[in-house]
Design a protein around this ligand. Structure first.
Ligand code: FEO
Length: 404
């Protein structure tokens, strides 16, 4: 099935979507699928910008052949070597042996690990600010290491002011015919999926993303073409603002998220009581999630979004409830920073989860651990009243102090 759309008179979208994949990277649930974007420039020279995932190989190759319409393929730009964008590269080299791969020194050295057979290919190495002339189009390359892998680069088309941004500004979600942002409803759900994509895939590399945003701020951009999700041809100020916040590990909202693990509902009931009492204090939009039920990628996204993180779980095998332990491991791995964190532990005979949770999160930067910690022995009871009030008062103080 051919699926091409013009993004400019001489630039085609030749990517494809996978609506059937359940887990991106075999890790992250993608209920709305995912797109693998690729672009074909038809100038005096022809040039493809990245390929696609193996799951859409046939569609991609057919799109490319149709788009070329009998012309030779002159250049193939490798912005990012991760297999979701390079799985078809070997097929391209076989079908278009005269093509010249456009790489940087890092991607060139990494290419070897992607070839399971020795292959000769034409290539052109480019470094920072060097350009490739295709005719009326001229692509200027900007290195973007660790946005998401070390070899990543982006390119800027001087003629049409297009930023080909690799993984940056991407999002989960297949494209259903509408490939431009202004053909879609860009609502809270859209941004929550964009945030979930960013925080889980690129979240660890905020410093690198900040570096790229700085470089991009000097460009006059009319269109952003990422490797996943819609092409942005207007109104991208909000998207860039959110990327700036996410990569600085700053919250989007002064909200409270309560994430609990609960074996027999007791910790859950304590968290419900806490949420009700916080609401009574005028706190809005409280989020409450079961760590056993909600995939960790959604929790990470919420942790990035909110300023105040309340974590509650039982003691398990003398330590942290395993599902909570898994979440904390992800928080560490993704460099979560700039948060207020409150801890609630449960333990019927020897509560230890709170101490262990604090220890595990001690490497996070610029995190304030609340002084009050709530310890429950099995069930929240009247004897917890004083500690609960202290805990609530501290949360409320932090919330109102941070209100913008
Ligand atoms: Fe979409 Fe880092 O690959």
């Amino acid at each position: 099935m051919k699926y091409l759309r013009k993004i400019k008179d001489d630039i085609l979208y030749i990517g494809a979507s996978d609506h059937r994949l359940s887990l991106f990277e075999n890790l992250f649930p993608i209920p709305s699928g995912v797109s693998y974007n690729s672009y074909l420039i038809l100038d005096e020279k022809t040039c493809v910008m990245d390929s696609a995932d193996a799951s859409v190989k046939e569609s991609f190759l057919e799109n490319l052949k149709t788009g070329l319409n009998g012309r030779a393929l002159d250049y193939f730009v490798v912005h990012h070597l991760e297999p979701d964008h390079s799985a078809v590269l070997i097929d391209i080299l076989k079908e278009y042996p005269d093509v010249t791969l456009v790489l940087n020194s890092k991607s060139y050295s990494m290419m070897k690990s992607f070839l399971n057979e020795p292959m000769e290919f034409n290539y052109q190495l480019l470094s920072e600010k060097e350009s490739l002339k295709l005719g009326s189009h001229e692509l200027v390359f900007v290195m973007a290491p660790m946005v998401h892998w070390p070899e990543v680069m982006v390119s800027y088309d001087i003629k049409d002011k297009i930023l080909f941004s690799a993984d940056a500004f991407g999002t989960f979600g297949a494209l259903n015919g509408n490939i431009f942002n202004d053909e879609l409803v860009i609502d809270d759900y859209f941004y929550s999926e964009a945030r979930r994509y960013y925080t889980n895939i690129v979240g660890k590399f905020g410093v690198a993303v900040q570096g790229l945003l700085k470089k991009a701020s000097g460009l006059d951009i009319s269109m952003i073409c990422p490797l996943h999700g819609p092409i942005w041809r207007n109104n991208f100020t909000d998207l860039i603002h959110r990327y700036d916040l996410w990569s600085k590990y700053q919250e989007e909202d002064n909200d409270i998220v309560i994430i609990y693990g609960s074996m027999y509902q007791h910790t859950y009931q304590a968290c419900c009581e806490l949420a009700l009492r916080l609401a009574d204090k005028g706190i809005l939009n409280i989020a409450l999630y079961d760590v056993s039920k909600v995939d960790v990628s959604y929790l990470i996204s919420e942790i990035f979004r909110c300023k105040h993180i309340l974590l509650a779980c039982p003691t398990y095998n003398g330590g942290i409830y395993p599902k909570m332990h898994n979440l904390l491991t992800d928080m560490e791995a993704l460099n979560v920073s700039n948060k207020n964190i409150g801890i609630i532990e449960n333990g019927s005979w020897a509560p230890m989860a709170g101490k262990k949770m604090k220890e595990q999160l001690s490497t996070l930067k610029n995190v304030y651990f609340m002084e009050s910690q709530l310890t429950i022995q099995t069930v929240l009871k009247d004897s917890n009243e004083e500690a609960l009030n202290l805990f609530i008062n501290e949360v409320v103080g932090l919330y109102y102090n941070n209100k913008k």
